[in-house]
Write a protein that binds this ligand. Structure first.
Ligand SMILES: [Fe+2]
Length: 190
């Protein structure tokens, strides 16, 4: 096990599934329709589904494709948080949480780069993926249960509006995914 694996293993979820569900319910209750927090929660759920698809894949090709999808979503989400929301934490007297966020995401990025080089059906890949998943789950729990709830309370309405616009812009710039189109589709379905 490398040093990074050990660090990640050390932060593998100490919290229970119940605690995670409670944090998500509280964060969901704090959302306003279409705001940055609701976008973050949507992406966290998509990330959970994406990592499950990597785990569930039964062939190398299927797993490689699922891993690519997971990696694009993870990187797009991380870029948007690192460019917009962690600076927002820091500007609202939460620099310690911002520092922790950057550090945890840097570790996950290194693990993702290492995963990319492994045989996707190997035990080593599956072990490392478990570490990434554990670190990701814990990181999302910290964001949902505490960091982002504080930011939601502390930021001014103008800051909230700016964060929603900039988070969207940064995420779409990387993923090429238009959330505007998704909203339009939903409106048509209503
Ligand atoms: Fe996040």
């Amino acid at each position: 096990m490398s040093i990074i694996d050990k660090v990640i293993a050390a932060v593998t979820p100490p919290e229970s599934d119940e605690a995670r569900a409670k944090a998500r319910a509280e964060a969901t209750a704090a959302c306003e329709p279409g705001d940055w927090l609701s976008l973050v929660l949507d992406h966290h759920i998509e990330l959970e589904d994406a990592v499950a698809a990597v785990e569930d894949a039964t062939t190398a090709d299927e797993r490689t494709d699922a891993f690519k999808e997971f990696a694009v979503l993870l990187t797009g989400h991380a870029i948007a948080e690192e460019g917009v929301l962690y600076p927002g934490l820091s500007a609202n007297s939460e620099t310690g949480h911002a520092d922790m966020g950057y550090t945890e995401q840097a570790m996950v990025k290194m693990q993702m780069a290492a995963l990319e080089k492994l045989d996707p059906m190997s035990q080593e890949f599956e072990d490392k993926l478990e570490h990434v998943k554990g670190a990701l789950m814990h990181h999302m729990y910290e964001e949902e249960g505490n960091w982002f709830l504080d930011l939601k309370k502390k930021a001014t309405p103008e800051e909230q509006e700016m964060m929603t616009a900039r988070y969207t812009e940064e995420f779409e710039r990387y993923t090429g995914e238009s959330m505007v189109e998704d909203d339009e589709d939903e409106e048509l379905e209503d």
